[in-house]
Design a protein around this ligand. Structure first.
Ligand SMILES: Cc1cc2nc3c(=O)[nH]c(=O)nc-3n(C[C@H](O)[C@H](O)[C@H](O)COP(=O)(O)OP(=O)(O)OC[C@H]3O[C@@H](n4cnc5c(N)ncnc54)[C@H](O)[C@@H]3O)c2cc1C
Length: 472
């Protein structure tokens, strides 16, 4: 009998699974998404004639070849191959990102460069000679020395995750910082030199119609192949019955019950714990769910009456003197000409829903971004034509030291529920890129064979996911 799979969340992980489950006719599929659009954090939307993403998104060339082939099969020539052209603000100077040797020599603050060279010579000995318990801070100090940490990674980490670097787990440094040692950093810089360039270095893929086009194509493909797609419906409760799972979904006062043999959840694993009503999770699971948290983010969009603000795709602001972490100009990602005479800037402001930022209105957020840009030497030419803010509740998992214990409790509990699968960036509490989320989806489908879940196969796939390194 064909199994029924209910997929929760239509971000890349959910959409990727729905698509492939139907392509291979492994299951009947219902895909449920709380928002009116698909793509999750990797989605796009239209605003005043502009196509914009939820913050700067690129498809990295590190994408697994089978995923890249699948995406190409879905959107064809719309997948553009683009050069990266960004800048980092370091000690008030702009450095090209990805790093380039000549640019570094010409632009790097001399005191910063001397500090880095000294740290290299000292083999990055920990400051004060004390390493302390292993953390994000000790790992990066060991690998990159004090200067790069104090000027770049530590202030950036405080803004992105809202925590001190020594409160954050060493795993965060290993997973999240791809140039975590001098040798890796040198390799990255040299990869910009013609002749030493590995394929894909300094480039990215980007869909002509916004980053969300990737997930939209997956969902459309799933729908065409027979999946039922329910947008604007929030999953609120799951109950196990002897022979099926019953899911409650809700929309503006309406309620429905869906039945399935399998529930594949890409929702935050902490939310999954709160949703399962039968069997009720034991107290230690609920306790674990309160111990893990995600960093939120406000995206502030400013519409300007100029053709182009700068030729750069993204500006990075690691410094503590500026509140935003990144500014992107969506038009530059897809070399879009439309709309003529206007462009949009998207500023990323990581925060927590308890921060005053979260309740600020759009106009106040627009002023905050304008002030940050002015302070950084990038003043707006004129006040924006319009401002709009969007809020991502679950932007980044926060890996506090020891987070792996509560995560293991939640993971083991979810694993013990027959027919339940938690995966994707939110479901596995992972700092993953889009291509990783799609990869997980594909492996999950591989594990559903003749209606039976291949538990051992999934365990093996999970080991592979642990090797994923996030690309910036
Ligand atoms: C600012 C930012 C920049 C990024 N830049 C890049 C980049 O350049 N390149 C890259 O590869 N990746 C990037 N990422 C990561 C990328 O966004 C994720 O890897 C990707 O979105 C993960 O997909 P997912 O499906 O696992 O999760 P999500 O995209 O989070 O999707 C989960 C979905 O579940 C839905 N949902 C939640 N609760 C419910 C509910 N109760 N009922 C129904 N639906 C629900 C959500 O609405 C959402 O659509 C970035 C992320 C952020 C935050």
């Amino acid at each position: 009998m064909t199994p029924r799979v209910l997929v929760l969340g239509a971000g890349p992980a959910g959409a990727g699974a729905a698509y492939r489950l139907r392509q291979l006719e492994r299951a009947s599929v219902t895909l449920v998404e709380q928002k009116g659009i698909v793509g999750g954090n990797a989605g796009s939307f239209d605003w005043n004639g502009h196509r914009v993403d939820f913050g700067s998104h690129r498809l990295h060339p590190a994408c697994d070849p089978e995923i890249l082939q699948e995406i190409r099969g879905l959107i064809g020539d719309d997948l553009l191959d683009r050069p990266r052209h960004g800048r980092i603000r370091l000690r008030g100077r702009w450095i090209h990102f990805p790093l380039k040797p000549v640019d570094l020599l010409l632009r790097l603050d001399p005191a910063f460069a001397t500090g880095v060279l000294r740290d290299m010579a000292l083999k990055a000995a920990p400051r004060n000679g004390r390493a302390g318990p292993e953390s994000f801070s000790t790992v990066l100090r060991q690998g990159l020395g004090t200067t790069i940490c104090e000027d770049f990674y530590f202030p950036y980490a405080r803004k992105i995750w809202g925590r001190e670097p020594d409160e954050l787990s060493a795993i965060q440094a290993r997973r999240r910082v791809s140039a975590g040692s001098f040798s890796k950093l040198v390799k990255k810089v040299l990869s910009a030199v013609p002749g030493l360039k590995p394929p894909g270095a300094g480039r990215f893929f980007y869909p002509r119609n916004g980053y969300g086009q990737i997930t939209e194509a997956y969902v459309e493909g799933a729908r065409r192949a027979g999946a039922e797609v329910l947008l604007g419906w929030r999953a609120t409760e799951l109950r196990k019955n002897p022979s099926f799972w019953a899911a409650t979904i809700e929309r503006e006062g309406e309620r429905r019950e869906l039945r399935a043999d399998y529930v594949w959840s890409t929702l935050p694993v902490t939310l999954l714990a709160r949703m399962v009503a039968e069997p009720a999770p034991p107290p230690e699971v609920m306790q674990a769910a309160t111990s893990l948290s995600y960093r939120s983010m406000i995206l502030v969009y400013l519409e300007l009456d100029v053709e182009q603000f700068t030729p750069f795709d993204a500006h990075y602001f690691p410094g503590a003197d500026v509140r935003i972490t990144r500014l992107s100009e969506p038009k530059n990602y897809a070399v879009r000409q439309e709309p003529a005479g206007r462009t949009v800037l998207c500023a990323e402001l990581p925060c927590s829903p308890d921060d005053p930022y979260w309740s600020m209105d759009d106009a106040a957020l627009g002023r905050l971004v304008a002030e940050d840009l002015e302070h950084s030497g990038l003043p707006l030419p004129r006040p924006p034509l319009a401002v709009r803010a969007e809020r991502l509740r679950h932007a980044y998992p926060i890996y506090l030291t020891g987070y792996e214990k509560p995560f293991a409790v939640l993971d083991a509990w979810a694993d013990s529920l027959p027919g339940i699968l938690t995966y994707g960036r939110q479901g596995l509490f992972a700092h993953d890129n889009t291509h990783h989320a799609l990869f997980m989806a594909r492996r999950a489908v591989d594990c559903l064979v003749d209606g039976k879940w291949d538990h051992a196969g999934w365990e093996r796939a999970r080991k592979v996911f642990e090797t994923h390194v996030v690309e910036d």
